[in-house]
Write a protein that binds this ligand. Structure first.
Ligand code: FES
Length: 515
């Protein structure tokens, strides 16, 4: 059995210190290209599920594609998901029906089915061994109010064309009042799947450039371009597959960043669910089983909060306490968190990037359904580039004018952002000495009227940074669990040396030398 240091050393890298259950696979092999061309048909920024699905569908169709990734495939949320594939989404069918109409609800249901089918097809086509399994998904109510809501979900989901019915068991040892079962959901190993897509894409002639942080994109003399330090790559089309596109843009105001928490545990007994299971709490808990090397793991997620706002340690503690109260746990083997974005009106934004030249695409706002909607985005954007009709185009169009659904909630989110701008400027500590910070701890301090983000590592070395986020000027907060500085405004995340881990910032936090 490997110790924790060995596990961390051999795991593929991700945007946080904690290691997810998926990171123990070998890194996807990336070919090197001594003399890479500077002109392509399509530039895709981001090698997560959105970028790789888009890339492989375009490369299959004869397009010459390049993927640029700041790090490596699955470094972001695709390596930290719990990989549920659903036809039932965080925005429920009654809500979609109410805000967008019955036909829209039917389209959303179809989008889920077609996305799962596409994943299945790609797995078959490229013989990807990624533990893909079809399973039933169970949604259960714990009180009268939730039961009423569950009945509405059952009726609207059926109307939308989803195969769903009442059920008898929730497959987990948690009491419930009512339950429904969604048929033909699925789960897989996300990093093995992306490794398979990575290989297939390269076998088809696609290019992937790792460790390439795109600091500028634009349109120049008839070409889209992406710049990274001194490299400028040109293409006919450009796809932003990084959740938020970088820089200040519309999506900073229409999508709110959240973090979700997951743990993987081994049980004393064999009480592992052979199903995907969800409660109706807010935030909700989600359950699945994964088997690796004949060992079973129960994966439970939940305890979500807005990025930079909650206490990650408390979220993990809550989640562990919750699971412990129902299961006999032998060992907690993994705990990790990842980021997702909630859209203002409840549906993702996929398609032409509003305000940009034709041929520039974006996909974001997947809520907690990133594997399904990321795959849908790959299908929709590749169809747009290949000039094929796509029935989902109007529904998910990023330029759609609203918001309606959840608008009140979203206004609250945005006023919260505004409040952070003010509060951030008054809340840091005035330490008399940096020695007050213990090893392994961090603090925001004020020096000469400036906010400084200081982390003291386990060896006592100080890592000090300007605490003002380079995106739009909020003050970052310390994430003690993932050892990162997280911005409460739009989810920008930075490592202890200021490098951008996630979100819209285009430049690192400036280092401050401390004598
Ligand atoms: Fe927008 Fe930090 S991510 S201000």
């Amino acid at each position: 059995m490997k110790n924790i240091q060995e596990v961390q050393a051999s795991a593929i890298k991700r945007d946080g210190k904690n290691i997810s259950l998926w990171q123990h696979v070998e890194s996807p092999l990336i070919n090197t290209h001594p003399s890479s061309s500077k002109h392509y048909d399509v530039i895709i920024i981001g090698a997560g599920i959105t970028g790789l699905t888009t890339a492989i569908l375009l490369q299959e169709a004869g397009k010459n594609c390049i993927i640029l990734d700041h790090h490596a495939p699955a470094f972001g949320t695709s390596g930290g998901t719990t990989a549920h594939l659903n036809t039932y989404f965080d925005t429920s069918y009654p809500q979609i029906e109410k805000d967008f109409g019955e036909d829209a609800a039917k389209l959303v249901a179809q989008s889920g089915k077609e996305s799962i089918q596409l994943i299945n097809d790609l797995i078959d086509r490229y013989t990807i061994d990624c533990d893909f399994t079809y399973l039933n998904g169970f949604l259960y109510a714990e009180d009268e109010k939730q039961s009423e809501e569950l009945n509405e979900i059952l009726a609207s989901s059926k109307k939308a064309g989803v195969v769903v019915e009442r059920a008898e068991s929730n497959h987990i040892p948690i009491p419930f009042k009512d339950i429904i079962c969604f048929h033909h959901q699925a789960q897989f190993h996300p990093v093995k799947y992306l490794a398979g897509l990575t290989k297939a894409f390269q076998d088809l002639g696609g290019i992937i450039k790792l460790n390439t942080f795109v600091d500028e994109t634009g349109f120049d003399e008839g070409f889209h371009f992406a710049k990274s330090e001194d490299i400028k790559i040109l293409a006919h089309q450009l796809v932003h597959a990084t959740h938020y596109p970088q820089g200040i843009n519309l999506f900073n105001f229409t999508c709110a960043p959240y973090r979700s928490y997951a743990i993987a545990v081994k049980l004393e007994d064999e009480n592992y669910p052979d199903a995907l299971v969800y409660d109706m709490q807010d935030p909700y808990h989600y359950f699945r089983t994964h088997t690796e090397n004949d060992e079973k793991y129960l994966i439970v997620g939940g305890a979500d909060h807005k990025t930079g706002h909650g206490d990650p340690e408390e979220s993990f503690n809550d989640l562990i306490a919750y699971v412990t109260s129902y299961y006999r746990i032998k060992e907690i083997t993994h705990k990790w968190s990842s980021q997702y974005y909630i859209p203002a009106d409840g549906l993702p934004y996929i398609g032409h990037f509003t305000g940009q030249e034709e041929g520039c695409y974006v996909a974001t706002g997947y809520s907690g359904n990133g594997m399904t909607f990321g795959t849908l985005a790959g299908l929709m954007i590749s169809d747009a580039i290949l000039e094929k009709q796509n029935k989902f185009k109007d529904l998910f169009n990023p330029s759609r004018i609203k918001p309606i659904a959840g608008f009140k909630e979203f206004v609250k989110e945005n006023s919260d952002v505004a409040w952070r701008f003010i509060k951030d400027r008054i809340s840091s500590k005035n330490l008399s000495s940096l020695e007050e910070i213990e090893n392994g701890q961090a603090s925001l301090i004020t020096h000469d009227g400036k906010k400084i983000a200081v982390y003291k590592d386990e060896q006592g070395n100080l890592h000090a940074l300007q605490a003002t986020c380079t995106h739009a000027g909020c003050i970052v907060n310390w994430n003690a669990e993932e050892k990162s500085w997280d911005c409460p405004c739009h989810g920008g995340r930075f490592d202890i040396d200021g490098h951008v881990l996630a979100g819209p910032p285009q430049t690192k936090l400036q280092k401050i030398e401390i004598e």
